[in-house]
Write a protein that binds this ligand. Sequence first.
Ligand SMILES: [Zn+2]
Length: 325
Amino acid sequence: MGFVFIKYIYPSMVFMNKVLIALFFCCIFQVGGIFAQTNYSIRCSFDKKVLLKHLQSLSSDAFEGRRTGTKGATKARKYIINQFHNLKVEPLGKSFEQPFSFIKKKKVFDAVNVLGLIEGSVFPEKYIVISAHYDHEGVKYSKVYNGADDNASGVGALFAFAEYFKNNPPKHSVILAAFDAEELGLQGSKYYVNHSIISSQDIIVNINMDMISRSNKKELYVVGTSENKKLKSLFTNSKYSSDIELIRGHDGYDGLDDWTYTSDHASFHKKGIPFLYFGVEDHKDYHEPTDDYENIHPLFYVEAVKTIISVFEKMDCSVGFKNRP
Ligand SMILES: [Zn+2]
């Protein structure tokens, strides 16, 4: 019986040790601050210049506004896959590409999601999906809609996450999802949640980023916490940035526009998967051909990406998140 005891207790002890070691090394945050507020800003993480360069490239005219099914979208996809390769991100399926088609206004569109995987070091069987759509409005009346903020900014952040994970491997497995056809009705995320390569039961949360690179008021919103105590707790008495304001809201309870269904997180929400959506208020260049690199706010963007990675880090380190929050 003694042997049986050891045999059965041992794996769980190894597991607990792994968890404790992981949590110990998790504490890379600068702890301190006033009014009992803990500062969760990450110290070092990714190359800011490289982040801005990605946004600039993806929103250049060469990508022709990245409209679903166009040459520009194919070019963007190749760019994303190339970066995933360079950053040692593995494909989620047999390849990075998840093709699908859909009909909109009697027209058939061929679209492709790009899905990468970083295996978790402690809870590999539980997944956090970090997403950003890479498509935009394309070319209309000979004007290129470059979509710098919407949403080259979110795609750049996916690369920053991948770069960050090289030195800070996540505890949970992470799927980096660059969705196609968001602008045509959240098609990429809709297809993904209905044809998931892993069971959607194993996705504990979706972190979606769409328009995160500019704000005159230096305000970044996080949506998705109002009905979820555990997600809400990530933000109580926690400060993630002293340079930008991270505001919980826009989820239907504060008199502001409800953003629950405005981007790809909606597809996860409809499946009962908790989500955090990060984004800024609409601006004068929203869905205009002037949504260009020149009009983003580089310092805000870098700080926004740092902030989102810091929130991820806190979530990933919390044992309570190994099951759905
Ligand atoms: Zn968008």
